[in-house]
Every structure is written in structure tokens, then in C-alpha cells.
Design a protein around this ligand. Sequence first.
Ligand code: NAD
Ligand code: IPM
Ligand code: MN
Length: 350
Amino acid sequence: MTRYRIALLPGDGIGTEVIPEGVKVLDALARKHSFEVTCTDHPYSCEYYLAHGVMLPEEGFAELAAHDAILLGAVGDPRLVPDHVSLRGLLVPLRQRFDLYVNLRPARRLKGCPTPLKGDPDFDIAVIRENSEGEYAGAGGRFHAGTPDEVALQTTIFTRKGVERIARYAFELARSRRQRVASATKSNAMQYAYVMWDEVVAEVARGYPDVTLDRYHCDALAAMLIRDPARFDVVVASNLFGDILTDLTGALVGSLGLPASANLDPERRHPSLFEPVHGSAPDIAGKGIANPIATFWAVSLMLEFLGQPAAAAELMAAVERVTAAGRSLTPDLGGKAATTELTAAVLAEL
Ligand code: NAD
Ligand code: IPM
Ligand code: MN
């Protein structure tokens, strides 16, 4: 029987509430589809930082690398640890050290979910966010800190190799979908990095004459995503633009409790990392009302990547039967159910 070793990284806040729910649906699917999963728990979080002085010790990378995939809840508790310390100590280094250069974030209409869009249009968008460099490269520094002469530098790094591989991934994906790629930059205002991005994407596009490339400035794209989401198929964007656009598309789906994120190493040199798009939600943590659907969607993306497409599709179909029926929904979707009640409804559908 095929066996998958999954590293669980619940993290902070509602991360610790939604990951156990994800494991319940994963176990149910394993039984139905005759594969095995062994999950190991990893404590890396802001509480771990307070006890040990690091978010993720050096040996943690090797420990996580010995798995087929990582399922992460959320990282960050600004009351305990500044966000730039916690996130740049755990999530961002995992993406960069494991070279998980594709961040795939699907945004499609889920039946029954309360989209803020007029007329309830149907849409199915795959945002491909560059995940290894760009604005998140971490190059820079602060000088003369705290003095009137203080200087802060934060430098964006785009490499030809980095832009080329993310563009290629986007075009390959579009080929298997509706043959359209929208690329987002701000090459009108920023003349080096985004102009190179535009040039490299155009070069890659020449190898895909069957796929249409539309170029947007990211600000205009944000507006267009709200006015006419149905026109989009694959959207490819840099690290920062992809981050912002996917909270926007998440809100279009109906709640940040819905969308998920697959941090992929397409070459499979390292375990890929699957997570909800949302964070640790300190405002609702501990109340038992976090929406677990983003985690279920992350589990579905993980199963698809691991080679269990039938189980992956079955999970999303079960989720959509629950949302369409409007039963057992959490407060972010207008319901009154607890996290565990929504899980129970999905398990019953499975
Ligand atoms: P957030 O995503 O945690 O919350 C934004 C809003 O969405 C809140 O009102 C929250 O209650 C709601 N929300 C989020 N997930 C929900 C769910 N599953 N069900 C119902 N409602 C949900 O963003 P934030 O408040 O900007 O960040 C909080 C902390 O999380 C910060 O420390 C931030 O750095 C961190 N963060 C981590 C990740 C990650 O680990 N992947 C992602 C984003 C933010
Ligand atoms: C996300 C998050 C992270 C990001 C933060 C928490 C570092 O917002 O995964 O979307 O910006 O990538
Ligand atoms: Mn984000």
C-alpha cells in the first residue's frame, strides 16, 4: 500500500485548531482510497520561539525534509513575537531553503459561499505566485537605526532563471486549463525588475503559441479581478503581488477561511508545503469557530500533488455539497457552526 509521511506544523492561533480537522478528513480519505498516511507533529511556533529562541532550529530543516509533504496551519502571534521575526524565521525560510518556487493558489467559486460580487458570477482562477525570490528576497538592511540619519533598504531580486521557471509553470498549467495567462507587474513605475519580468515572460510565451498572454499592471489587474473575474484563467505574479492578489481573490471566493496555498517544488527535491492562505487569526483564536475549509482545500491540493487525484477531487466535491446545502457553516460564511461541526458535515459527505 502506498504510504505518505506527512509533517504537521500547526503553528499558532487557529493553525492549531484547523490542522487536527485536516487530519480527520485525510484519515477518512486514506481509508476510502486505500493509501496510508503517517503524520508526525512538529512544535515550531511562536511559543517554541519563546522557549528556545528560534522559530525553527537548523536541524528542523532535515527533520522536515524526511517527509513527503508538510501541512502547515498558520504562523504568527504578534502579542508574543514580532511578525517579521516569526514569519521570516519559519514560513519564508521553508519556502526559500526548500526552493518551493511555485505558490499555487486556486480561487474558484464554491457553491453556497457568500461572494461579495454582484450577480454571483462563476469564476475559476489559478494564481501562480513566484515564491522563492522577488520582493521577499530579504536583501537589505537598516543603518543608523533609531537616529535622524536612519536608512532602510529592501531590495527586490529577480533572476532570469527564477522568472523563467515560474512563467513556464504558468504556461504549462494554462495549457491544461483554458489557455490564458495574465501576468502582473508594475513595469510602468519600476523600470528594472518588472521590465525584465515582462521580457522573460514574453520570451517564454513564444514557446506556447496555443496560450494567450495578457499583460497587466498589478493595480489595474486588482480592479479587473473584482469587475470581471470570469475573464481570468491563470494569473502569474511576483511574490508580493501574488500575496496581495490572493487575499483579494480569497475575499471574492467568500471568506479568507476558504482559499488554500500549495508551495511546490515541481522537481520534487524537497517536500512541498500545503497551507491555508489565511493566518493565525488572533481575533477568533481559541473560540472554536475557525473555518476549516481552507485546510481541507490544502489537503486536497496535497493529495493531488502526491498522486491521489480521485481522493483530492472527492474532498472538494464533499466540501461543496456542504456549502451548497448551507448547513453547518462557520460564522465567516454566515452560519453558526463550530469548526468541528463543519468537519463532521464534510466527513458525513465523505
Ligand atoms: P489573518 O488571515 O490571520 O486574519 C484576517 C481576517 O480573516 C481576520 O478577521 C480573521 O478572523 C479572518 N480569518 C482568517 N482565517 C479564518 C478562518 N479560517 N475562519 C474564519 N475567519 C478567518 O490575517 P492577519 O490578521 O493579517 O494576521 C494574523 C497573524 O497571522 C499575523 O501574525 C500574520 O503575520 C500571520 N499570517 C500568517 C500566515 C501564514 O502562516 N501562512 C498568513 C497570513 C498571516
Ligand atoms: C501568505 C502570508 C505570508 C506571505 C506572510 C505571513 C509572510 O501572507 O502566505 O500569504 O506574505 O507570504
Ligand atoms: Mn498573504
